[in-house]
Design a protein around this ligand. Structure first.
Ligand SMILES: Nc1ncnc2c1ncn2[C@@H]1O[C@H](COP(=O)(O)OP(=O)(O)OP(=O)(O)O)[C@@H](O)[C@H]1O
Length: 465
């Protein structure tokens, strides 16, 4: 199998792999000792500016790490086609939509929906890269990838696309170099500069990931109509990606009429496909370090969440990092379980960050219930009782049942809980009943990080349930 390339513009992935694909430990190992011996007779090294350091510095391990090429298990790494599993049909449809760009013609716009971790970004970036490489002589294809969760206003989108495409000196009609700042210009000037930059290309493929997070869809219309409006001669093809299945139906009608797309919906993976995806990256690890259980277990955890390859890749990488950190020579089942726990905590911490204290108290109440009761589902009234006891115990304001229901709705939307309606039988009526989708211990650990909840110990929770 051949290695793919990484793209520098990966923005959603916060993991810190080094850009050359080597982890930091292997770089320490390759430092060549220079200069005279130290007080123990060992040769000292220099970091190039004359600072001396010892090769056997106890801060750093001299052992070989778990990874051979950690970059390959970074979520944003774009592999070659032989490592892409089960996406041939989508690859073929997207490539036919982009085909005209290869000759400098107009690519078709594409809208892609699908659950998280179904390969939408990967396949879009992979096919775009193939199209750019396949362009016929003298045809220039510009390509950009933009994460709209980071660039969500119209100006941010325009300036980011302009900056990414402005990779060499482009001159305007007055022979001045076109510069694309982040801010400080009226909107029409941003657009003018973008059109000048785009004129430099025959066609451009613009990937807008998380497009539902755009503050306004006007920018989609402007880009889609740019040639028709004589703003630029560059033929633009937009690949717009969203997790929200209805996003494209809900566009403003004017945008929808300008932005006609080939629609694709990516299916989730099954556990076997996830295993295959991970096996396609096992050479990220050194030979023989992965025990047999690692890939099936990581795939099973990810398959529980609709077959999310993003989660699988994170588990795979984090398990390796944990093994590396504890100085283990192998990655085992325990590392995958700990990775699952770490990632779940991170995810829950992200969710709770910035939410009101009331949300934390509500989370605590359902965690207490699910720790102490054999019944998976708890009706709203019982949860509210537990919540009230908790807020009273720590002398916190208590919200009314209506607002509490809103909080439960929010928890359901964020997939912290699952809610169903239950019929309590004759005279009992119908009630909403809720089930925690996470490990209650994990949630307790995170909620307890907030000092206001510290006085409630884990052991005392039972009395609230
Ligand atoms: N078919 C596949 N073959 C190999 N690797 C894959 C495949 N699908 C996804 N991956 C890997 O899984 C991870 C997540 O994929 P990707 O980011 O493309 O998903 P996504 O659908 O765009 O997710 P999100 O909606 O969360 O952005 C990446 O590391 C990607 O390389």
């Amino acid at each position: 199998m051949s290695n793919g390339t990484s793209t520098s513009d990966e923005s959603r992935d916060l993991e810190s792999a080094s850009s050359d694909g080597q982890d930091d430990r292997s770089r320490v190992q390759t430092s060549e000792p220079k200069g005279g011996p130290d007080e123990n007779g060992k040769p000292p090294s220099s970091d190039g500016d004359g600072t001396q350091f010892k090769v056997d510095d106890p801060l750093f391990s001299q052992r070989k790490g778990i990874f051979q090429n950690k970059e390959m298990v970074r979520v944003g790494w774009v592999p070659d086609g032989d490592r892409i599993v089960g996406r041939d049909g989508y690859i073929s449809t997207i490539s036919s939509c982009l085909n005209d760009a290869v000759y400098g013609g107009a690519p078709n716009h594409i809208s892609i929906t699908g659950k998280t971790g179904t390969g939408k970004s990967l396949v879009s970036r992979y096919v775009t890269r193939r199209a750019v490489n396949a362009s016929v002589e003298d045809i220039r294809i510009g390509h950009t990838y933009l994460d709209c969760s980071k660039s969500s206003t119209e100006v941010q989108v325009i300036s980011t696309i302009g900056q990414q495409l402005n990779d060499e000196d482009i001159y305007d009609e007055d022979e001045d170099i076109v510069k694309m700042p982040d801010t400080g210009l009226p909107k029409d000037k941003f657009y003018k500069r973008l059109w000048q930059i785009l004129d430099h290309y025959d066609s451009a493929i613009i990937i807008l990931d998380e497009v539902d997070l755009l503050k306004s869809d006007h920018v989609l219309m402007s880009l889609a109509k740019a040639v028709e409006s004589n703003d630029t001669s560059c033929q633009i093809g937009i690949i717009a990606i969203s997790n929200q299945i209805n996003f494209f139906d809900e566009l403003n009608p004017r945008t929808k009429s300008a932005f006609q797309t080939q629609e694709l919906n990516f299916d989730p993976y099954n556990a076997n496909q996830i295993q295959e995806i991970l096996r396609g990256r096992d050479d990220a690890f050194r030979d023989g370090v992965l025990t047999d259980d690692v890939i099936p277990l990581a795939a099973a955890f990810s398959a529980q969440e609709h077959g999310d390859a993003r989660k699988a890749m994170r588990l795979f990488r984090t398990a390796g990092e944990l093994a590396d950190r504890e100085g283990s020579d192998v990655v085992g089942e325990d590392h995958v379980r700990s990775a699952q726990d770490t990632l779940e905590k991170d995810r829950f911490r992200d969710f709770l960050q910035g939410t009101p204290t009331q949300m934390k108290a509500a989370c605590l109440s359902i965690s207490a219930k699910s720790l102490c009761s054999r019944d998976d589902y708890v009706i709203t009234g019982e949860l509210y009782d537990a919540y009230q006891q908790i807020t009273n115990a720590i002398d916190m304001d208590t919200i009314g049942i209506r607002r509490f229901r809103d909080i439960l709705d929010e928890m359901q939307l964020s997939q912290v809980i699952e809610t169903k309606e239950v019929n309590m039988g004759k005279g009992g009526g119908r009630h909403n009943s809720h089930r925690l989708l996470h490990n209650p211990e994990t949630i307790l650990d995170i909620v307890m990080e907030d000092t206001r909840f510290r006085e409630i110990s884990k052991s005392s929770l039972k009395r609230f349930a």
